[in-house]
Structures are given as structure tokens and as C-alpha cells.
Design a protein around this ligand. Structure first.
Ligand SMILES: Cc1cc2nc3c(=O)[nH]c(=O)nc-3n(C[C@H](O)[C@H](O)[C@H](O)COP(=O)(O)OP(=O)(O)OC[C@H]3O[C@@H](n4cnc5c(N)ncnc54)[C@H](O)[C@@H]3O)c2cc1C
Length: 482
């Protein structure tokens, strides 16, 4: 599936295999081109993408910005992307709720403003709101309902883009870091990596949090990156049934830097709250403080009549790469011929990923690249078959075809041996790679009951000793040899 061998030449080199790099790789695989995507990590989607909430936003309030146009288009395209790539996607819908009188006034204004912008919305009176969300705060006066807000799994989407790109001829080279460029007469000639050099005419900078450093390697230094940390709280799945939509408080004053976070649900129905926005110390600052947790609980708790907020199962943080001046995506050619930015992709880059990819194709065309459509492009990809949601008859049939579907490894999320082995066959080489592909270790026990079984299956399937199994690549071994 993926490789660690760097080809000598390619028409286009993509730097970074996050959701944006992989979406671009897939879009380019529709044409007769040789495309190579390079990723420093042992798997795709481990950068900013991994720290995502997974919300497929209906809009962002900063309507003049490129990100705002792209998010609206991206949201519309999501059903088709999810269908072709067989990824989980649910349109839960968003409720923007007014609890205070001032919020109520702002909500009226927002309603007409959004209508004017062509966003499909409905006004919900208190009674209807309570019917939809019985646990909504008694103070709730009204809400705007935005039915198109959806949820997906960010890493699964990235893996799906990548798998379909590979199926259509793209080479995805993992564990390989871009360290420099060969530039002649202000034009890209080659990309230098820690595994050697690859000659090319076009480079796409999709390096997420490191897109500023990649720019510096070609001599561009006129932008400054601001690192915006966002913390998320995941709650015990048993309280997942307490609400059924995304819920957000109506902001009285808009902060141009953030959409403000939400009370949400993952695609598996696990309550997720956040993110907030604080300045990170640096790119690697994913620490979560008590203040972060308090800030999120204080902001969202008043929206519900009751919520067991002490049942936090997990918290984590992600860092957004933000262009300090524009606070927008940086897309387009640069003064180095052949070096194209798909850079500083802050939120909602996941929602916009397909549209960004299409835009990059247009940019390449206008930069003189000949794009001949591939007649045999195959748009579909199937996810690893899971037993979740099957009835007894379907389950019986599956186990009859492959008895490993009868061996449950992760009891919390009902993940079987067959799924773990299939994930390995599709390229998973670390525990985290298995986790992101199958949902094993992501349930209530966070792996304490299944990790040892997964290690044994990995050792068996890959024919290696368990001491070689890592959580996330080099220096994260689980066992130490005597
Ligand atoms: C807290 C948080 C919540 C978010 N929630 C949402 C949401 O709900 N909805 C939404 O639409 N968006 C959301 N976003 C935004 C979204 O996650 C990003 O816009 C998107 O993931 C950016 O993807 P990317 O591919 O540009 O970057 P990345 O995912 O960071 O990918 C870049 C890749 O480049 C690789 N790389 C870097 N340097 C090199 C190098 N030198 N050589 C080789 N490889 C390199 C990295 O390892 C990385 O894998 C959120 C972001 C954060 C931080």
C-alpha cells in the first residue's frame, strides 16, 4: 500500500500527508501524471489532522475569507466524498442556542444574516427546541437549526483519500522528511529528503504546522505562523445518548479567530466538547491544563439541564497553523516557480479538503501543467468491514466466510481479529495506525483490555518479535529487550 522507497523522479511532489495532502494526491490521481506524496511520520493523518474534532462545518462566520467560501462548498460535497470513499459521515445538524436576552437579540440578527447569505437554516422556538433536545437548558429561549452540519472521522477520511490515491497510481512515501530543495533560476528542480533526492517540476507545500518551515527552505519568509492550541474533552460513551445534535451557544461578540467550539458527538456517538483557542508555546505544545478543561466545561455546561461532566474519558489538544496576517488559508503559486502553497490550513481545513484539492488542480493547470484525465480512474474505496451494526444473520454469514470475525479483540468497540489483520495488510505498522483504522483501544478502557492481544496479532501477521512493536514509530517501543 504505502512505501518507504523514494522514487527518483515525479511530475508533482506533495509534501505532507495530512487530510489536505492526501485529498490533493487523490485529486491529482485523476490525471495521467506521476505523483509522489512524502510524509515524515510512519502513517498518514498524524499532524494537525489527528487533533481534529471531525465536524463538517456548514459555514464559518468570516464570510469574506477564502476559508469561508471553501467550507460552504466543501460541506455540500461531503456526501459524495463519503459515499465514494466509504467513510463514516452523519449530518447531526447544529443548534445555535440563545440562553440570555442579549443572545436572543444576536440570534435574531444572525438568523436574517445567515438567510441572506443563502445558508439553509430554521428558526426553532423554545418548545420545538425542547422536543428535539429534551435536556436543553430551561433558560433556552430559541435556537437556529443548521441541518447541514455533519461529523466525520478525520483520520479515516485521510486514510481513505490516501488509499484511493494509491489505487490510482500515487506513491505515498512514509517515514521520509523533506529537508531542502534544489532551486535553479528561481525554479524548483528537486526536493531533498533524508532518504535522497527526487527530481520534479512542481511541489505542493501541504506540510500543515510545518508549512512555514518548508517555505523557509525555498527562501520564502514573509509570513508568520501563529500556533492556536485547541483542547477537546471526550466523555464516557455511556452518556452518548443525552443529546443528538451539535450544540453551540450564540456568541454575543464574534471572535474573528475562532468559530467558538461546540458540544458535539463523534461519528461513534461519543460526546466531544471543544475546542477552545489559546496560544500554544510552540508547534509541539499539546499539553492540556486544568484551566483548559475548566474553560470548556464552564462554557458549554450551561447549555444543558444536566450533564455528568466529571465523566471525562480522555482529553487531548491539537495545534492550528495560522497565518498571523490573513487568518486564512494560504493557497497558490509563489515567487519560486513550481512551488505551490496549500499551507497554513487552519480550521475548517478538514471540511474544505476536497475543495482545496480541486483548487490546487486549477492552480497547476494555470501554471502550465498539462492535465490529461485518466480514463481508468477508479473513485471508490471500501473501508475495513466491521461487525458493528450487523444483525445476527449478517454476522453469522461474515463469520462463516472468515472465522476471525468471531474473535472479538476490543470489547469496548467490538473490533475483531479479522479487522486488525486487515488493517495490518493495508499498511498499519504501529498501534496508533491500528487504532485509527479500526477503533480498537478507543473505547472506555482505552486499550487496557485489548492492547496485549493486538500486539500478539501484529507480531504474528508481520512475522516480527513483540519487542519491535511500537505505539507510534521510532522510540515508542512497548517492550524492552533483555
Ligand atoms: C483542535 C483542532 C480542531 C479542529 N477541528 C476541525 C473541525 O472540526 N473541522 C474542520 O473542518 N477542521 C478542523 N480543524 C482544522 C483541520 O484539522 C486542519 O485544517 C487540517 O487537518 C489541516 O490539514 P493539513 O493536511 O494541512 O495539515 P496536517 O494534518 O498537519 O498535515 C501535514 C503533514 O505534513 C507532514 N510534514 C510536515 N513537515 C514535513 C516534512 N518536512 N517532510 C515530510 N512531511 C512533513 C506532517 O507530519 C503532517 O502529517 C481543527 C484543527 C484543530 C487543531
Amino acid at each position: 500500500m504505502f512505501t518507504e522507497e523514494l522514487p527518483k523522479r515525479a511530475d508533482i511532489v506533495i509534501i505532507g500527508c495530512g487530510v489536505v495532502g492526501c485529498a490533493i494526491a487523490r485529486e491529482l490521481s485523476k490525471f495521467n501524471l506521476s505523483v509522489v506524496a512524502i510524509e515524515k511520520e510512519p502513517d498518514v493523518g498524524w499532524g494537525v489532522t489527528k487533533g481534529n474534532v471531525g465536524m463538517v462545518h456548514p459555514f464559518v462566520p468570516q464570510f469574506g475569507k477564502l476559508k469561508s467560501k471553501m467550507v460552504i462548498e466543501g460541506n455540500k460535497k461531503f456526501d459524495e466524498v463519503a459515499y465514494e470513499l466509504d467513510i463514516p459521515f452523519h449530518r447531526f445538524g447544529l443548534l445555535i442556542v440563545a440562553l440570555l436576552f442579549l443572545q436572543f437579540l444576536a440570534l435574531i440578527f444572525a438568523f436574517f444574516y445567515l438567510k441572506l447569505r443563502g445558508i439553509k437554516i430554521k428558526w426553532l422556538r423554545r418548545g420545538r427546541l425542547r422536543e428535539l433536545e429534551p435536556l436543553i437548558s430551561r433558560k433556552a429561549k430559541a435556537a437556529i437549526f443548521v441541518p447541514s452540519a455533519g461529523e466525520t472521522d478525520p483520520v479515516k477520511l485521510t486514510i481513505a483519500y490516501a488509499e484511493n490515491a494509491v489505487k490510482n497510481g500515487v506513491k505515498i512515501v512514509l517515514n521520509t522528511r523533506v529537508t531542502g530543495f534544489e532551486i535553479e533560476n528561481n525554479e524548483v528542480k528537486a526536493v531533498i529528503t533524508d532518504k535522497g533526492k527526487i527530481e520534479t517540476r512542481f511541489v505542493i507545500n501541504a506540510a500543515g504546522l510545518y508549512s512555514d518551515e518548508i517555505e523557509k527552505l525555498v527562501g520564502i519568509s514573509d509570513r508568520k505562523m501563529w500556533h492556536g492550541k485547541g483542547v477537546m474533552l471526550l466523555f464516557d460513551p455511556f452518556i452518548g445518548d443525552m443529546y443528538h445534535h451539535f450544540i453551540a451557544p450564540m456568541p454575543i461578540r464574534l471572535d474573528p479567530r475562532t468559530k467558538g467550539g461546540i458540544i458535539g458527538l463523534t461519528v461513534d456517538g461519543v460526546p466531544i466538547w471543544g475546542p477552545n483557542l489559546v496560544e500554544a508555546k510552540d508547534k509541539l505544545d499539546v499539553g492540556v491544563s486544568r484551566d483548559d478543561i475548566e474553560m470548556i466545561i464552564q462554557k458549554f455546561k450551561p447549555l444543558l439541564r444536566f450533564f455528568p461532566d466529571k465523566w471525562i474519558m480522555k482529553y487531548y489538544a491539537g495545534v492550528r497553523p495560522i497565518d498571523e496576517t490573513s487568518w486564512d488559508f494560504v493557497l497558490g503559486p509563489t515567487n519560486i516557480r513550481g512551488f505551490i502553497n496549500a499551507a497554513y490550513i487552519l480550521s475548517p481545513g478538514l471540511t474544505a479538503s476536497q475543495v482545496i484539492a480541486e483548487k490546487i488542480v486549477d492552480i497547476l493547470r494555470s501554471e502550465g501543467l498539462q492535465l490529461v484525465p485518466k480514463e481508468d480512474f477508479y473513485p471508490y474505496r471500501k473501508d475495513i468491514k466491521s461487525i458493528r451494526g450487523l444483525n445476527y444473520e449478517e454476522l453469522d454469514k461474515l463469520i462463516y466466510e472468515n472465522e476471525m470475525y468471531g474473535n472479538i479483540i476490543c470489547a469496548c468497540n467490538q473490533v475483531t481479529e479479522a479487522e486488525i489483520r486487515e488493517a495490518i495488510r493495508r499498511g498499519a505498522r504501529t498501534i496508533d495506525s491500528i487504532k485509527f483504522r479500526t477503533n480498537a483501544c478507543k473505547g472506555r478502557c482505552q486499550g487496557s483490555r485489548c492492547l496485549h492481544k493486538i500486539i500478539e496479532i501484529m507480531a504474528d501477521e508481520l512475522g516480527i518479535d513483540i519487542s519491535k512493536i511500537t505505539v507510534k514509530g521510532e522510540s515508542s517501543e512497548i517492550f524492552v529487550e533483555d
